[in-house]
Design a binder for this molecule. Structure first.
Ligand SMILES: CCCCCCCC/C=C\CCCCCCCC(=O)SCCNC(=O)CCNC(=O)[C@H](O)C(C)(C)COP(=O)(O)OP(=O)(O)OC[C@H]1O[C@@H](n2cnc3c(N)ncnc32)[C@H](O)[C@@H]1OP(=O)(O)O
Length: 165
């Protein structure tokens, strides 16, 4: 098995309310602390939701001074991946829809929240929003995640050489 996934069972243990959730793995584009191109998303459990405060940097620029829409989608998708620590099952994104309501400004802090809206067999329907701190919503997302066996991730193993330059 891919060594990155080796400790998955421990990561899926119940996480107490209010605690910071572990990154999916060190090189995850969304949350991996060891990925220099990543977003380094830091996520907490809050009740049955996951929350983050996030600032996009110049590495994620689309239009000058504004976050690239793909970068915004990446962060929302990765945030959804933290709900799996609450549901306790591995799952992957089958469909992701993002509504861009207002430009996401680089260097500005945004609040993000995500939750499961329906858990139906293999299907997890999830939704999230990103807002100015205490203010206007700038993006909303909904997604379908499909639960998979951990063997799903064996397709990535052995991992291709990681080029982090
Ligand atoms: C160190 C440890 C860390 C933990 C590690 C352990 C676990 C890690 C877990 C989590 C990591 C989280 C990382 C988060 C990162 C963010 C999330 C991502 O980026 S995920 C990557 C992008 N996504 C993919 O790469 C999927 C690629 N797609 C696939 O592999 C397949 O399509 C798959 C497995 C998702 C589904 O394939 P099928 O063939 O099994 O299923 P079908 O037949 O397509 O659909 C099943 C059911 O869903 C319905 N369905 C499909 N699409 C639907 C839709 N759009 N709306 C409604 N229903 C839909 C279908 O009609 C079907 O329903 P009926 O069972 O017949 O009732």
């Amino acid at each position: 098995m891919n060594s990155i996934l080796g400790n998955w069972a421990e990561k899926f243990r119940p996480h107490p309310d209010g605690t910071q959730l572990p990154p999916h793995h060190g090189h995850c584009l969304g949350c991996g602390p060891d990925n220099p191109h990543g977003h380094h998303l830091v996520v907490q459990r809050r009740g049955e939701e996951v929350h983050a405060v996030h600032r996009f940097s110049e590495r994620h620029m689309g239009a000058p001074g504004i976050a690239h829409g793909g970068a915004v989608a990446t962060v929302l998708d990765d945030l959804f991946g933290f709900l799996l620590y609450l549901t306790g099952t591995p799952a992957v994104t089958r469909q992701l829809e993002v509504r861009y309501d207002a430009p996401v400004i680089l260097g500005t802090s945004y609040e993000l929240a995500a939750r499961v809206v329906r858990d139906d067999g293999r299907k997890l329907f999830v939704e999230a929003e990103m807002s100015e701190v205490g203010g206007t919503t700038v993006a909303t997302a909904s997604a379908l995640f499909l639960k998979v066996d951990i063997a799903h991730f064996d397709r990535g193993a052995p991992p291709a050489p990681v080029d982090l330059d």
